[in-house]
Design a protein around this ligand. Structure first.
Ligand SMILES: [Zn+2]
Length: 433
């Protein structure tokens, strides 16, 4: 589905107020303006649609190699394209762990073969995510996958000396350490945000301080080493305050928030349905408000899905035994519309910035996250904000897993089309192959 495409009358996020035509040809934006024609090209009538630069996810679990029962690179990247993404970062907690050049190159090649989005493997910080010895960061950076983001996500790099060494090491190749901030001793056996709801339900509390203590420590280490720290899935109001402080100092600290933490609270655990069990846990209304405000003012740089597919048996268990995690690629933009755009907190230019421009910059992804303009990459997403609202139905998702916390919830909007370097991966809300 490559060749010429003419998008007629879309509103370009961050562009002029009047709708414009966008001609995609040869992998680039070949023309932008009014009244364009393309005799040889296919035409998409885009009146009412928003054109965004292709979305970039800093935090995706594609599960391959090792857990192909939950997701594969093929199914996960198909889900990503349907969600409007053109690049995703694949987290390292696979089996085997992506802690060598061999494994990251394998994941990178699988992404190329699937062809839906650019897959950027994340390398593990420590061998086997064990938290004891630094992995071969340099070898992964030098590999064909050109890894720049390193994370033990799923686990915290709890040892402060190891964290310091990792931050120092990645400076040589402009890398970034993405930390899953969870003080392990403070969260032993933790099940749900520590507070009124967890007490009432008799679930072991997961204190906000366990996240905030690590973020504060790591901001200080980022400053001390002069290196780049990225904070994964910020979930508390206190974390926002610490990141705001670190940024005010000019330190290289960036942060992400998930769609589910922008929308959902711990009160959803009342029914003990493990679809709402996630790490970090859902928090309070006050936290949700603080996260939305921080994303709006740029303290939190971007939205990252933390798409975490699990097979049915891993989630249909007692709360305490169920796996942490939620799917998110196919609903992220719709959730952001409801939580941020329809509330007046962010305009579409802001959405382009927080879901494409900034995550591409943080992840060191070239060819993505650039404004839709003449000569720019033809990796774009067409979105209909007036569609719906329609209840989310995980049964029709391309992801191999069904653990969406938004199942049955009405959400606005619809991803109509996605283009990767001028090739349509999604047309009329369906993958093209
Ligand atoms: Zn995590």
């Amino acid at each position: 589905m490559s060749g010429q495409w003419l998008v007629k009358g879309a509103r370009i996020a961050g562009g002029p107020d009047e709708p414009a035509d966008i001609l995609l040809d040869g992998g680039v934006v070949a023309a932008v303006g009014g009244g364009l024609s393309a005799p040889a090209g296919r035409i998409i009538e885009a009146a009412g649609l928003i054109a965004l630069p292709g979305l970039v996810d800093l935090h995706t679990h594609l599960r391959e190699p090792g857990r192909e029962d939950a997701e594969t690179v093929e199914t996960g990247t198909r889900a990503a394209a349907l969600g409007g993404y053109t690049a995703v970062h694949a987290m390292a907690n696979t089996e085997p762990v992506a802690d060598t050049a061999g494994v990251v190159e394998q994941v990178w090649r699988l992404g190329q073969q699937a062809g839906y989005v650019d897959v950027r493997p994340v390398g593990a910080v420590t061998v086997g995510l064990g938290g004891k010895n630094l992995a071969e960061l340099g070898a992964m950076a030098d590999s064909a996958a050109q890894v720049r983001v390193f994370s033990d996500d799923g686990f915290c790099v709890a040892d402060p000396l190891l964290m310091r060494r990792a931050l120092e090491y990645v400076k040589a190749f402009d890398g970034v350490i993405a930390q899953h901030a969870q003080e392990p001793r403070l969260t032993e056996g933790a099940q749900l945000n520590e507070g009124e709801v967890a007490s009432r339900l008799g679930l072991a509390g997961w204190p906000a301080a366990a996240e905030e203590a690590i973020i504060a420590r790591d901001c200080l280490l980022a400053a001390h080493t002069g290196s780049a720290l990225h904070v994964c899935h910020v979930s508390t109001a206190g974390s926002v305050e610490i990141i705001r402080w670190a940024k005010s100092k000019g330190w290289q600290v960036t942060a992400e928030v998930t769609p589910h933490h922008l929308m959902l609270t711990d009160s959803l655990a009342e029914g003990y349905d493990p679809v709402f069990k996630v790490n970090p846990p859902l928090r309070t209304h006050a936290d949700v408000d603080a996260l939305r405000a921080a994303l709006a003012d740029g303290t939190i740089d971007c939205v990252a899905t933390d798409h975490a597919p699990h097979p049915v048996e891993a989630k249909e268990a007692e709360w305490a035994d169920a796996a942490n995690g939620m799917t998110g690629l196919e609903t992220a933009l719709r959730v952001v519309q409801q939580a941020m755009v329809d509330t007046g907190l962010l305009d579409w230019a802001g959405v382009a910035d927080r879901m494409s421009v900034r995550p591409a910059r943080i992840g060191r992804v070239s060819g993505h996250g650039q404004p839709i303009a003449l000569g720019g990459p033809a990796s774009i997403t067409l979105y209909d904000p007036a569609a719906g609202p329609e209840a989310v139905d995980p049964a029709i998702h391309a992801s191999k897993s069904r653990n969406s916390p938004f199942a049955g919830m009405p959400l606005p909007g619809r991803v109509v089309a996605t283009f990767l370097r001028g090739t349509a991966t999604v047309i009329d809300g369906k993958v093209t192959r």
